[in-house]
Design a protein around this ligand. Structure first.
Ligand code: ATP
Ligand code: MG
Length: 209
């Protein structure tokens, strides 16, 4: 099977994540998308809530889609979660499957700040999804992308030899940052994320500080 791995803080998960995952599954011919909520992210912000809440919300949001799976690999470990370790663990969990790491243009551009980006980029092929406010053209200029791409190919080649497959998804200008801001200010978050997630947030009084 072809599995897309969508890592994220999911603080909280929203329709931007869900629609990007669904369209990527269709357009890249993936069998399933595995959502991986981060456990103890090294680059987390002060308003990153407990991993167990973020995991439960990701479960609630994906429950109605048989092609979506939520993994707790990053939650089961005490140490900080680094994507290179996560990919390694997922390979052990899914030894028969072909893995693709899905990420938005913003996340790709941030990768030099991650732990061992060169190792990560030599481990797996990537699917790069469009995101409003971020330019796909910047990716081609990244030092991790090989110079002089071969004509006629519908993917970019990384210096490591792995592929970066661009996928255009319906632009949805939604971010968790904006949802957290709305909650802090007591404003509505309706229609930005699934209702069960909305109910969970209010039920547990999350993001009000
Ligand atoms: P925050 O604002 O807290 O950073 P976020 O909305 O960016 O939250 P993340 O959990 O950081 O969400 O993102 C996880 C992955 O999903 C990243 O690869 C990111 O690029 C992608 N993603 C998030 N929101 C969208 C969106 N609206 N459209 C496309 N991709 C998205
Ligand atoms: Mg983000």
């Amino acid at each position: 099977m072809k599995l897309g791995i969508l890592g994220g803080t999911f603080n909280p998960i929203h329709f931007g994540h869900l629609r990007a995952a669904e369209e990527t599954r269709d357009k890249a011919g993936l069998d399933k998308v595995v959502f991986v909520p981060s456990g103890n992210p090294p680059l987390k912000t002060a308003d990153t809530i407990d991993a167990s809440h973020r995991y439960i919300m990701t479960k609630l949001a994906t429950d109605s889609n048989v092609d979506f799976v939520v993994s707790d690999v990053e939650l089961r470990q005490e140490e900080k979660s680094y994507t290179v370790n996560t990919i390694q663990r997922l390979r052990e969990i899914y030894p028969e499957d072909e893995l693709f790491f899905i990420l938005g243009v913003d996340a790709f551009m941030d990768m030099p700040n991650w732990w061992l980006p060169d190792v990560l980029m030599s481990m797996v092929d990537f699917i790069l999804v469009t995101r409003p406010g971020f330019d796909m053209a910047d990716v081609a200029k990244s030092p991790y992308i090989e110079d002089g791409q071969r004509a006629g190919e519908d993917f970019l080649r990384l210096v490591s030899g792995k592929k970066v497959i661009p996928v255009q998804v319906t632009p949805m200008d939604i971010s968790s940052t904006e949802i957290r801001r709305l909650l802090r200010e007591g404003l509505s978050i309706k229609y930005l994320l699934p209702e069960p997630v909305e109910r969970y947030i209010y039920g547990h009084d999350l993001y009000r500080q």
